[in-house]
Design a protein around this ligand. Structure first.
Ligand code: UD1
Ligand code: UDP
Length: 361
């Protein structure tokens, strides 16, 4: 069996390594394609090194651009690869422009598409990711859903055939990595202590491309640091760094106890998430990883795809007003977490199940 796997952005590097290993262990011939959507060392190569991802067979070098430019360039280049390689299946991950381009190029060539993380919905079609998810799901033959909610979402859209509830591959990776990281070494690099800081990541377009939203978020971090004396660690996505500069917001964040860093490695991130007193994030992946490691998140958005964690009270959807972000963060830090008996994201064997399903169908 021949599979072309398509990755391009940070969360896809995190997800793809473990699935790739399972496929190769079962004798699958995998061709690994990196679109080049993310290209900075710390947004791309560092994940290949830490997570032992295969060296890409094709690096398409697409880079940044408007949605049309970026997705269009990917389509052109991926189609060339698919025509040359003629795989049985194209495997795509998540909801980025690389996901949609991979799925669309394959579907037009009548090659089966397999979608890892199928069925996620925010029901906000202004999010580029929502468009990517809906379209990808509707042209996929194998839909690997991470949660029961995802299966229900697909059913609501009339998609039942080819849907497999496998769990979340991010849980598989998180469990594996946690067992081998040097927690103390990583925390001491920034002089951080368990439960002694708030971890922050922000990169969603709706927050970075709105000066008002980003100002509210920056204001909340300033308030938590200055008036509530919390240490804050904020590894900044390149998109966010650009916008903080453009809107002159770096000065708002220039307060004691607030560390702005370049993006950190996955191993570092796992440790930072596990030991934080709370996380403020608009990332999909980070919301779940917090839960895997027992840390609660404040989500400065109005909706989330990972609804289970909000419905149970583990995470809080705060919206983007400064005072609401501050209030929710203080609530998490001072309150007791809710008891959650359910394993929403599977048993840590999603990647095995995906490889088995692909090779047996
Ligand atoms: C993309 C995904 C988003 C995902 C995120 C993960 C889409 C539409 N969005 O958003 O779903 O959550 O990746 O991080 O696919 N940049 C750099 N260096 C890099 C990469 C990006 O400087 O290596 C800067 C560029 O200025 C670029 C901007 O970040 O224009 C945005 O990058 P892009 O890949 O278009 O979208 P993300 O915001 O990263
Ligand atoms: N991540 C990382 N370093 C960082 C920020 C995030 O390794 O500085 C990891 C994080 O642990 C998660 C993944 O990147 O596994 C999530 O990617 P991101 O937040 O960029 O995208 P999303 O999940 O929102 O699509």
């Amino acid at each position: 069996m021949k599979v072309v796997s398509i990755v391009g952005a940070r969360p896809q590097f995190v997800k793809a390594g473990i699935v790739s290993r399972e496929l190769r262990n079962r004798g699958v011939r995998e061709i690994f394609v990196h679109t080049g959507q993310h290209y900075d060392f710390e947004m791309s190569e560092v994940f290949f090194r830490e997570l032992n991802l295969p060296e890409p067979d094709y690096y398409l070098g697409v880079g940044s651009g408007t949605h049309g430019e970026q997705t269009g360039r990917m389509l052109i280049e991926i189609e060339k690869v698919l025509l040359k390689e003629n795989p049985d299946v194209v495997l795509v991950y998540g909801d980025t422009n690389s996901t949609l381009a991979g799925a669309l190029a394959a579907a037009k060539l009548h090659i089966d598409v397999a979608h890892v993380e199928a069925g996620l919905r925010s029901y906000n079609m202004e999010m580029p990711e929502e468009i990517n998810r809906v379209l990808t799901d509707h042209i996929s033959k194998f839909l690997f859903a991470p949660t029961e909610t995802a299966v229900k979402n697909l059913k609501r859209e009339g998609i039942e055939k080819g849907v497999y509830l496998v769990g979340d591959v991010m849980y598989d990776v998180a469990l594996e990595v946690l067992s081998k990281v040097d927690e103390r070494g990583i925390l001491s690099k920034w002089n951080l202590h368990p439960d002694g800081y708030i971890l922050v990541t922000i990169h969603r377009a709706e927050n970075t491309d709105s000066e008002n939203h980003l100002r509210e978020i920056a204001g909340a971090l300033r308030e938590l640091s200055l008036n509530h004396n919390h240490k804050i660690f904020f590894p900044v996505h390149p998109r966010t760094r650009k916008k903080l500069e453009e809107y002159n917001l770096l000065e708002v964040l220039d307060v004691p106890n607030l560390i702005l860093s370049r993006p950190v490695t996955y191993f570092e991130m796992v440790v930072l998430e596990k030991n934080a007193a709370a996380i403020i994030t608009d990332s999909g992946g980070v919301q779940k990883e917090g839960f895997f490691f027992g840390t609660r998140c404040v989500i400065p958005r109005n909706e989330t795809e990972w609804v289970e964690l909000v419905e149970t009270g583990w995470n809080i959807l705060s919206g983007v007003k400064s005072e609401d972000i501050v209030k929710s963060t203080l609530q998490i830090i001072s309150g007791d977490p809710p008891e959650i008996g359910k394993r929403f994201y599977g048993e840590g064997d999603a990647s095995k199940k995906i490889a088995e399903l692909l090779t047996s169908n």
